[in-house]
Design a protein around this ligand. Structure first.
Ligand SMILES: NC(=O)c1ccc[n+]([C@@H]2O[C@H](COP(=O)([O-])OP(=O)(O)OC[C@H]3O[C@@H](n4cnc5c(N)ncnc54)[C@H](OP(=O)(O)O)[C@@H]3O)[C@@H](O)[C@H]2O)c1
Length: 215
């Protein structure tokens, strides 16, 4: 079966931003409260970080379950991995996610500043300076027949869209405006030359799920 390249559960504001300005260690999404963008997912029964029983079922929960369904590797940008810029001062930083990151697959972190791979729980982070096409070839191989998730951040999703390497996107649009920062799109309609677009309002939260798949 063809291995697909999927964007899953990417969260943007009504005006198309996936992160605000000024990312720091304390503010991974910059000057935006991530809860405003991802609360729909955090409320679901299958949210990977859920520590208590319960949570919502239905369409939002379907998407949190689908996050890892048949995914064999992820590609992410260096700014999703951490707030550092430029050459690594040291290798102390191992991502935001603690000892058991929620990926459970090889993860390829695109960066111009290479460093040794790290294994944390079931996730191994590899650091790669490569074009989208070459990074994808590495990720396909590591995924052993499964699909590859493009995990963000915004610049990385945009880069893979520009290279025309993405098969499908699920983008959850929340009803807030951010106004500045990292913008995925001015309008999802900009992608309808290449993708079908279906907008599905969630019956259980205030997000509108945007589903895009290739024409
Ligand atoms: N809304 C969501 O669902 C969501 C999901 C994930 C992340 N985020 C947020 O998005 C923000 C990060 O996004 P971002 O747009 O700033 O950056 P990003 O896509 O995470 O990372 C971009 C950086 O990755 C490196 N890079 C990208 N392509 C490369 C290539 N082909 N070769 C070598 N290096 C490459 C470069 O870093 P260097 O040159 O410095 O190495 C580049 O500056 C964070 O705030 C994060 O929390 C949001």
């Amino acid at each position: 079966m063809k291995q697909l390249v999927r964007v899953q559960n990417f969260c943007v504001s009504r005006d198309g931003y996936g992160a605000g300005e000024g990312q720091t260690l304390e503010r991974p999404f910059g000057n935006v409260d991530p809860g405003r963008l991802v609360s729909w997912a955090g409320a679901t029964a299958h949210w990977p970080n859920r520590t208590d029983p319960g949570g919502t079922l239905g369409l939002d929960d379907y998407f949190t379950r689908d996050f890892s369904n048949n995914i064999g590797a992820e590609i992410m940008g260096r700014n999703k991995f951490g707030p550092q810029r430029g050459p690594w001062e040291n290798h102390d930083w191992e991502g935001w996610w603690g000892e058991e990151p929620p990926f459970h697959t090889p993860v390829f972190v695109l960066t111009h500043h290479e460093r040794p791979s790290i294994t944390l729980g079931e996730t191994t982070f590899h650091f790669l300076d490569a074009s989208p096409k070459d990074a994808l070839a590495r990720a396909f191989e590591a995924a052993e027949g499964k699909d590859v998730r493009i995990g963000g951040g915004v610049a990385t999703v945009r880069e893979f869209l520009a290279a025309d390497l993405i098969d499908s996107l699920h983008v959850a649009v929340s009803p807030l405006d951010i106004g500045a920062g990292e913008r995925l799109w001015e309008s999802p309609e900009a992608l309808t030359d290449r993708f079908h677009l279906e907008k599905v309002p969630s019956p259980g939260s205030d997000v509108v799920h945007h589903l895009l798949w290739r024409k």
